[in-house]
Design a protein around this ligand. Sequence first.
Ligand SMILES: CC(C)(COP(=O)(O)OP(=O)(O)OC[C@H]1O[C@@H](n2cnc3c(N)ncnc32)[C@H](O)[C@@H]1OP(=O)(O)O)[C@@H](O)C(=O)NCCC(=O)NCCS
Length: 445
Amino acid sequence: MTSRTEDRTDPEAFLVAPVDPVSRDRLAGTGLEYRLVPVDGDAFPAWLQIVARGFQDGERSDEQVAANRERSGYRRLTGVYDPSAPMADHPVASIASWIGRLTVPGGADIASCAISAVTVAPTHRRRGIARAMLEGELRAAVAAHAPMAMLTVSESTLYGRYGFAPAAASASWKIETRRATWIGPRPAGRVDFIPRERLRELIPALHERVRLDAAGEIDVPGGHWDNFAGTRPDAEKAGEKRAVQFTDESGEVRGLALYSVKENHDDFTKATVRVSYLLAENSDAYAALWRFLLELDLVSEVHADELSVDEPLRWMIADQRAATVTLRDHQYVRILDVPATLEARAFGAAGRVALDVTDPLGLAGGRFLLEVGEDGRGRVSPWTGDDAPEGAVAVALGIEELSAVYLGGVSLATLAAAGRVQSSHAAAAARVFAWHTAPKLSIWY
Ligand SMILES: CC(C)(COP(=O)(O)OP(=O)(O)OC[C@H]1O[C@@H](n2cnc3c(N)ncnc32)[C@H](O)[C@@H]1OP(=O)(O)O)[C@@H](O)C(=O)NCCC(=O)NCCS
């Protein structure tokens, strides 16, 4: 199911849309040039090198540049150049963005501008270059009718100022396998090893079948799968990855997992498994693959990241304290169009909520009346006058807070208790915005 809201976003047009004129002029005022960087052009290798340097990574080899270029066609690349620098052909700042799909509560997905590769050279930091680029890309996303923007972050403190909020947290698990003891189902079907290349073939279609099940997930660009599976020519430690599939009794592949093992030379019974990715189409696949991983011989710990904060796995082990779980902000979203995003998701309860939304960037704020029917679907109309419409719960909040509650990852009542939302009846508004499953995002981008 896709969004009921008419989808006016054109991902192809966004790739080549000119850079935002406001930010271009602001940067030009400080002697800098803000440009698009064509993926197939001569400027691409230098752009990629400064992204690697920006993340404190090493120089990319020609092979890595070629592999990255081949997989970058879906991205719009922008750079800021300093003509007075000795390496004037190397940008001093970068951003990559594309129009992806974000799953929202209720099983629909919406167009969402994904932002990645945000770097500013240490020689040019703290002069407002990142701000100019981020505001520029957000305005470009609005111009392309993207109702939402999204990103994953290196530091939590960077993006709230632009209206982004952590909307789907991720959980990292460390499981002491001998203590855990499997008490979950033991479904029929089988787990088998497969070549990594086979997993790479199977994973996109399987992911397409499951990504609408959890709010917060996105459609994954192909290059990410190569990265997971170690099937890029430049992939590091690819040979350490093991791939398994779960097939049900009818022979259909319903789940895939990738993991690597770090042996312990002091004690061969204490190897550590790191799960790179586990994808399950149904609860049988989920149980069979986790049981396989927790019962591996010679393994004492299993580590897995980017899990949901509410994993069924917790209820499949006898000793819940065998798992140490650490939570972290992960998927950030930023509403760009309040009516379109609210009408796309489903809500937890019927009700009327009068939203007074402020937006520091002036992109999406306003007063909106959300009316949710018994079917959990919402209608949004403008709200005029001083007081909230009759019978509606008044809620005053920033676009950051509205974005935070959008996927159902935090209660509006919690944000009210934190002083981040003002409401005449926060509990009633929270019931409307609630969703029964935790949002999640199983990758970085
Ligand atoms: C993070 C980074 C992009 C910031 O670039 P920058 O050009 O120095 O940022 P700006 O000068 O435009 O600063 C914009 C705002 O962010 C704030 N800011 C910048 N870096 C920050 C940081 N690390 N922590 C907290 N705030 C930060 C600034 O104080 C400024 O605040 P204000 O405009 O609200 O007053 C740059 O330091 C960088 O490349 N870091 C390494 C790579 C990285 O982590 N990228 C982010 C990937 S998600």
